[in-house]
Design a protein around this ligand. Structure first.
Ligand SMILES: *[C@@H]1O[C@H](CO)[C@@H](O)[C@H](O)[C@H]1NC(C)=O
Ligand SMILES: *[C@@H]1O[C@H](CO)[C@@H](O)[C@H](O)[C@H]1NC(C)=O
Ligand SMILES: *[C@@H]1O[C@H](CO)[C@@H](O)[C@H](O)[C@H]1NC(C)=O
Ligand SMILES: *[C@@H]1O[C@H](CO)[C@@H](O)[C@H](O)[C@H]1NC(C)=O
Ligand SMILES: *[C@@H]1O[C@H](CO)[C@@H](O)[C@H](O)[C@H]1NC(C)=O
Ligand SMILES: *[C@@H]1O[C@H](CO)[C@@H](O)[C@H](O)[C@H]1NC(C)=O
Ligand SMILES: *[C@@H]1O[C@H](CO)[C@@H](O)[C@H](O)[C@H]1NC(C)=O
Length: 616
């Protein structure tokens, strides 16, 4: 009973033994030092025990051993090493001949392991006849104990916590370990710079052919190491902050070798870093409403530099930016963040400043900028709107140009005409004589016809086509002529005389009577051949009236027909009767020769064909 209580008061002491990275693990030979006893002790044994046996016994209380725990490397014949725990007992009380106690240890989440230690004191030791200390030590070795393990040890009523050092720490401690401990073995590699091919090569001594080589690359020592498969790197991609890790992939726990081979070659490779420094600047607003300038600096490595706001100088020297040195900021290491693609980003802000400032980056031997703020996303939005509008306007303009093309061509042509003081005419003119054509009128009609032909028009005059009219008939001839007009453009000109006016009036009256159109047709067709022998022109004139009437119906009066009257003829017209017959109202009318220029320009205007498809 007493013993149990005693033990409980002891048990509240927690002894923590930490083995720092500076401590190199001792190598011990497991076979020969499994259990060792000092002089004065004999029959030392270690046996597996049950956890229930880990109770306080009288022997423990009486012996009160001084216990020391120590992680060591247990090796067999110098190789095949692995971490194990050395437990050392210093025995101070020498009363019992035979003694035994149990030691239990546990790695969290794994089954506890227990061992029973037994020894016998020699009679010399028992009677205090030797001054040398009595001690015993045991090596605890199994799969649960490893690098980085945290082990709880219960021995003789005391609880200890032991932390094993990390493998990397141990492996990098000594070259002996790197050779002896398989887990510590790393690929050995060298860096070769090939100036000719402008690249850097990683040369790895591949002795361990069974293991596959793994590599990763990181920027800065605390960067994220990313899988890397290349053995060559272009010189322009090399930066002083590049570090490589290489290891053999036979075991997850295997040690890596890490080297940053360009760190000492800043002069040579720092330029690559500066080439890829970029700065983005944004105008912003603080919560207080004051203006601020936020900026992001990104670079392949952290750079030592100062970021300074500056004021662009208005005027001729556009690149000049006057630095505001009082606001400069440095780039402390801790603020840098690495993004997923391995670039380092430094976010910064200048508060309470004019937002028309720009930003410059000043390094030891380099200067970048000025970087000026973009107008933020609103600016982008406006810009895209502007682009969109421009595109729309351009499209609209293109459509307009297509539409206006014909018109423009016509304007240009007319301008050309005016410039040269004359009208160049193309197209066709059908000149139709009045029904009472006689010698003097016929002469005038023929003269007009020749005149128009001299202007470059093709001219058909009924007086010139008598045979054709007679063979085709007056109406078909006229239709064929009007068809020509439609194709080539041009006009049909009716020559007015007093008789022509009267005929038109009579014809109009006849038409307005019921069944009038029928009568006219009969009259036109019936005695055609007979009349042809004397004069077919009156019939052609009559057919023209029918066509004008048809145009009137279609609402296109004046598109095809024009009227001319010779001054000599009009002089004979009684002034009371100058009014045009109803049928002729709305047709262009020219008095010749005084209005001949007007006639020509009217013909020039009208010489564009009405049927676009027939143009040549
Ligand atoms: C236990 O051993 C350590 C070192 O071995 C020593 O410093 C300490 O005094 C010892 N404690 C007792 C109670 O003997
Ligand atoms: C101590 O152990 C030995 C052998 O293990 C035995 O012969 C001896 O009798 C024991 N002594 C006592 C006092 O138990
Ligand atoms: C810098 O950027 C250029 C172009 O993007 C690239 O070719 C070059 O490898 C980069 N250098 C570094 C060191 O990242
Ligand atoms: C860089 O230089 C330092 C001292 O100048 C040296 O200790 C270190 O080994 C060098 N590192 C490399 C990778 O050359
Ligand atoms: C800086 O980068 C962060 C995240 O990478 C982004 O949210 C921010 O808008 C950037 N600022 C500027 C000024 O580009
Ligand atoms: C910042 O990091 C660089 C290398 O990355 C190092 O040379 C420098 O000493 C560091 N500065 C501070 C203040 O830690
Ligand atoms: C990291 O930063 C660089 C430089 O600004 C950029 O080009 C790249 O897209 C960034 N990557 C990611 C994943 O954000």
């Amino acid at each position: 009973m007493e013993a149990t209580w005693f033990c409980m008061t002891f048990a509240i002491f927690l002894f923590i033994q930490l083995f720092g990275s500076t401590m190199e693990m001792e190598k011990v030979d497991y076979m020969s030092h499994h259990v060792t006893c000092s002089k004065g002790l004999s029959s030392c044994t270690v046996k597996a025990a049950l956890i229930q046996q880990c109770a306080v016994t009288d022997t423990v209380l009486e012996l009160r051993p001084n216990v020391t725990l120590k992680p060591v490397l247990c090796c067999t014949r110098g190789t095949n090493c692995r971490p194990c725990l050395q437990v050392h007992f210093d025995i101070q009380h020498r009363k019992l001949q035979n003694a035994s106690f149990v030691i239990c240890y546990q790695v969290p989440n794994l089954m506890p392991q227990c061992k029973m230690l037994k020894f016998t004191m020699t009679p010399v030791a028992l009677h205090g006849e030797t001054t040398s200390s009595l001690h015993m030590s045991v090596l605890l070795k199994d799969n649960t104990l490893d690098f980085n393990s945290l082990v709880n040890v219960d021995v003789c009523c005391r609880n200890y916590e032991v932390v094993f050092p990390s493998q990397d720490e141990e492996c990098s401690q000594s070259t002996i370990l790197q050779r002896d401990l398989k887990a510590c073995r790393v690929p050995s590699f060298s860096i070769v710079i090939n100036q000719e091919r402008r690249e850097v090569m990683l040369q790895v001594e591949e002795k361990e052919t069974s293991d596959s080589l793994q590599m990763c690359l990181k920027h800065e020592e605390n960067g994220i190491c990313k899988k890397w498969g290349e053995r060559t790197i272009q010189l322009h991609r090399v930066t002083p902050c590049m570090c490589f890790q290489l290891w053999w992939a036979n075991d997850e726990r295997t040690h890596r070798v890490e080297r940053c081979p360009f760190r000492n070659q800043t002069d040579r490779f720092q330029g690559n870093v500066w080439d890829n420094v970029s700065v983005s600047v944004l105008k912003g607003q603080m919560n207080s409403g004051a203006a601020m300038l936020s900026w992001n600096l990104t670079a392949p490595c952290r750079v030592e530099a100062e970021v300074v706001p500056c004021q662009m100088e208005a005027g001729v020297d556009k690149d000049r930016c006057i630095k505001l040195d009082s606001l400069k900021q440095t780039l402390p290491n801790v603020t840098w963040k690495e993004n997923d693609s391995g670039h380092w980003l430094f976010p910064g802000v200048f508060e309470n400043v004019n937002t028309d400032l720009c930003v410059m980056v000043i390094g030891k031997n380099s200067k970048l900028g000025p970087f000026c703020p973009s107008e933020s996303s609103r600016w982008h939005w406006r810009w895209s709107l502007l682009v969109l509008l421009s595109i729309m306007l351009l499209g609209l303009a293109a459509i307009c140009i297509c539409f206006l093309h014909g018109k423009l061509k016509r304007w240009a042509w007319q301008w050309h005409q005016r410039k040269h003081g004359q009208l160049v005419m193309r197209g066709h003119v059908v000149l139709l004589s009045p029904p009472d054509v006689d010698g003097s009128v016929a002469e005038l009609v023929c003269k007009l016809g020749s005149n128009l032909r001299d202007q470059g028009l093709t001219v058909s005059v009924d007086l010139w086509s008598r045979a054709e009219i007679c063979s085709l008939g007056p109406l078909p001839w006229l239709h064929s002529q009007l068809q020509l007009l439609d194709c080539r453009g041009g006009r049909a000109i009716l020559v007015l005389t007093q008789a022509a006016r009267e005929k038109a009036k009579d014809w109009g009256r006849l038409w307005d009577q019921p069944g009038g159109d029928m009568k006219l047709q009969v009259e036109g067709e019936g005695d055609g051949l007979l009349q042809c022998l004397s004069s077919p022109y009156a019939d052609v004139f009559g057919s023209a009236l029918t066509c004008i009437k048809a145009d009137l119906h279609k609402g296109s009066v004046g598109d095809r027909f024009m009227l001319v009257q010779f001054k000599t003829q009009s002089a004979l017209v009684p002034s009371s009767d100058t009014g045009l017959p109803e049928l002729f109202q709305g047709l262009p009318m020219f008095y010749l020769p005084s209005q001949s220029q007007g006639l020509f320009s009217a013909l020039a205007k009208g010489s564009w064909p009405r049927l676009q498809g027939f143009r040549t």
